[in-house]
Design a protein around this ligand. Structure first.
Ligand SMILES: NC(=O)c1ccc[n+]([C@@H]2O[C@H](COP(=O)([O-])OP(=O)(O)OC[C@H]3O[C@@H](n4cnc5c(N)ncnc54)[C@H](O)[C@@H]3O)[C@@H](O)[C@H]2O)c1
Ligand SMILES: [Zn+2]
Length: 356
């Protein structure tokens, strides 16, 4: 069992990895006690498999577990169930699913009765290495994605990589984009390991993933602990590739690209900008591009996005100063700097290289 402790102010989040999903029931029995109400908010696709397995185990241990299946986006349902079933301050809420369920259930946990004890059980690669860690929760409103949210730390993040066995290929690729990002911004050894193993890794779950997932979770926890509210420029490093990536996602109504595909294109752009700034040499940039490609990730958009539209969304990303956009750039592989102002003509050239 790997344990990573993440402390933010008075809140302690234990990231636990190495035990199967069912054993989460022992952990909860120890912490919450018999009879405690537990709501499992579960991704529609996983309710019958992992959802049933977990609720059965919790019931066997004497906890009052219920399952709530959430069609994406419907956060109000969670409040309805919590209220009609008399959930109390000492009740627990478990998010069992990918980042979508985690963000949504996390927000409900943060706000219902001003905070229920919360557990994240991430079931996608992206959620295991990124979304479940760090305490960002959010709901979408018609005016935009993630506009309403809260920082709220789960008590436990339960990472069981075996849950990824059923993950479709496109979801592996989107998670791999974040994994490659950690190597590029923080850990050259991880980057080199990925260069060695990526073809094998992309075939799906194998134990070779375990140390990689653990390392990514550890990097994320470390960065969040040092800069929990993204005020010191450190947590901002995690946004490498994300300014352009978010703009691509938003400009295409979140329909054409997964998050990982969009940030892959964003990392290609940011890699080129890093080279133009003299921070990254041509060979290092090619290595980054090659690794993303080998993971099945794109370097260019499949359909043109009007430049004015893209720039509109880039400008909304809060990272624009006097017409110049601020970027996270690489200073060699394994190191990054945030807040780098890029001249419009450099940005123009880098975007054009990705057909943007
Ligand atoms: N809070 C944060 O810090 C943070 C960070 C990154 C991303 N996010 C958010 O996370 C979301 C993306 O998360 P995601 O990529 O996990 O997507 P997701 O939650 O939509 O899951 C992707 C798909 O995989 C399916 N799925 C999930 N687990 C599965 C499994 N084990 N087997 C088979 N199918 C499975 C789901 O049903 C879904 O169709 C975005 O909304 C993003 O904003 C949040
Ligand atoms: Zn991301």
């Amino acid at each position: 069992m790997t344990k990573i402790e993440l402390q933010v102010g008075p809140d302690v989040c234990d990231i636990l990895m190495g035990k199967p999903l069912g054993e989460l029931s022992d952990e909860l029995l120890r912490r919450a006690g018999k009879g405690t109400k537990v709501l499992i908010v579960v991704d529609e696709a996983l309710a019958r498999s992992y959802g049933m397995e977990l609720s059965k185990k919790l019931l066997q241990k004497g906890l009052q577990a219920e399952i709530l299946l959430i069609p994406s986006g419907e956060s109000s349902k969670i409040y309805n169930v919590l209220a009609t079933r008399s959930f109390e301050r000492k009740s627990w809420l478990i998010a069992l699913g990918g980042g979508v369920i985690g963000d949504l259930a996390g927000f409900a946990a943060a706000t219902y009765l001003r905070g229920l004890s919360f557990v994240q059980v991430p079931t996608t690669l992206l959620a295991q290495v990124d979304a479940s860690i760090g305490g960002k929760t959010a709901v979408d409103i018609p005016q935009g994605k993630n506009l309403v949210g809260a920082f709220y730390q789960p008590k436990i993040v339960w990472i069981d990589p075996h849950l990824l066995k059923t993950l479709p290929k496109r979801q592996w690729q989107t998670g791999a984009a974040e994994v490659i990002k950690y190597g590029a911004i923080w850990d050259l050894a991880l980057f080199k390991l990925l260069e060695k193993q990526i073809d094998y890794l992309m075939k799906g779950y194998s134990p070779a993933w375990n140390p990689i997932i653990a390392r990514c979770a550890q990097i994320k926890a470390h960065i969040v602990q040092k800069d929990p509210r993204e005020t010191k420029g450190l947590r901002a490093l995690l946004n490498f590739g994300h300014s352009v990536g978010h703009a691509i996602e938003a400009a295409t109504q979140y329909e054409s690209y997964t998050h990982g595909e969009a940030i892959s294109i964003g990392m290609f752009v940011a890699g080129l900008l890093s080279q133009q700034a003299g921070f990254l040499d041509a060979e290092e940039r090619l290595r980054l591009g090659m690794l993303l490609r080998r993971a099945g990730l794109p370097s260019t958009v499949k359909k043109a996005i009007p430049r004015t539209r893209l720039m509109e969304f880039l400008a909304r990303d809060k990272k624009v100063e006097k017409g110049a956009v601020k970027f996270v750039l690489l200073k060699g592989l394994g190191r990054a700097v945030s807040g780098q102002l890029v001249a419009p003509e450099d940005l123009d050239a880098a975007l054009a290289a990705s057909k943007l």
